[in-house]
Design a protein around this ligand. Structure first.
Ligand code: ATP
Ligand code: MG
Length: 272
């Protein structure tokens, strides 16, 4: 590290140390972007689900995407793991340009992302345990590791007693907990959570939210799509984006106009 420093102001690209007039100080690492959207639009037929979206997400940030029903929140998350392609624009995720990703690289992208789907998307004829273990099997984990990790996420989501159940026999809230367990079990770099507590009672929502926040503490980047302002406040987000009819709302058009401070199309801090 010292070899990178000299007596002039020198910022070494890969370090967290800055030397200013002989003093060496430790600075917060300047965080790099893990997700970038450049002028992204998504069209379904003649209508736009998203229009001209440009934003970036830093490594380790907790980002909320809010907006009314139909505003485009799920569509935005769907684009990030290539559930559907963009109509225009470019998306970079973890250094990968999604437009140029060859079909054989798509599983690699998806292994880095844990998704909590708004409609859960559990496999109905596989047990709860198998729904979760599939993630680790696809990543080539050995059976003993799979068993240990699946049991751990089942315990943390309160679903241990249902490990042999089939998803259709579970309530919506129970299925949502399984969806959360499946999203985190592979320890992904990015978690995309689409209304992750939408089917949960208040107590379960708090448990699940705290569980997700543990992943943020570990450095996982988390994007949550939700119109639930209680959830937004309970987590303390880094950045909040508001979508209105597929476009990023300008400050003032924001559903939470009193948010402070407002930086461009993004809001940092808490919803007041
Ligand atoms: N597969 C699709 N085919 C056609 N239109 C779609 C499709 N998916 C989404 N849309 C349209 O795109 C728009 C945005 O939908 P999206 O599901 O992203 O909204 P949302 O913000 O997630 O809403 P909600 O809060 O209800 O979940 C809507 O007008 C919707 O009808
Ligand atoms: Mg949605």
């Amino acid at each position: 590290m010292a070899a990178l420093l000299d007596n002039t102001c020198h910022i070494s690209v890969n370090s967290t140390y800055v030397n200013v007039e002989g003093r060496t100080e430790k600075f917060m690492e300047r965080k790099r972007s893990i997700i970038q959207l450049f002028d992204v639009s998504k069209q379904y037929g003649a209508g736009y689900a998203l229009k001209n979206i440009t934003l970036s997400v830093k490594v380790g940030d907790l980002v909320f995407i809010t907006g009314a029903s139909g505003a485009g929140k799920s569509t935005l998350l769907n684009l990030l793991y290539l559930a559907t392609p963009v109509t225009r624009g470019q998306i970079i995720v973890g250094g990968m340009n999604l437009a140029r990703l060859s079909p054989e690289k798509i599983p690699y992208l998806r292994r880095r992302i844990g998704v909590i789907f708004q409609d859960f998307k559990l496999i109905s004829h596989r047990s709860v345990f198998d729904n979760i273990s599939l993630v680790l099997e696809a990543a080539g984990q050995p059976p003993a590791v799979i068993k240990k990790k699946v049991e751990e996420v089942l315990e943390r989501t309160g679903m241990t007693e249902y490990m042999n159940a089939l998803p259709p026999s579970l309530s919506g809230g129970q299925q949502q907990k399984v969806a959360v367990a499946r999203a985190v079990v592979g320890d992904p770099d990015i978690i995309l959570a689409d209304e992750p507590t939408g089917s949960l009672d208040a107590c379960s929502a708090e448990v699940i939210t705290r569980y997700l926040m543990e992943y943020k503490e570990k450095g996982t980047t988390i994007l949550i799509a939700s119109h639930n302002t209680a959830l937004i406040n309970s987590t303390g987000f880094d950045v909040l984006y508001t979508l209105e009819a597929g476009q990023l709302a300008q400050p003032g058009e924001n559903i939470c106009a009193a948010m402070n401070p407002i930086m461009g199309n993004e809001t940092r801090g808490r919803v007041s």
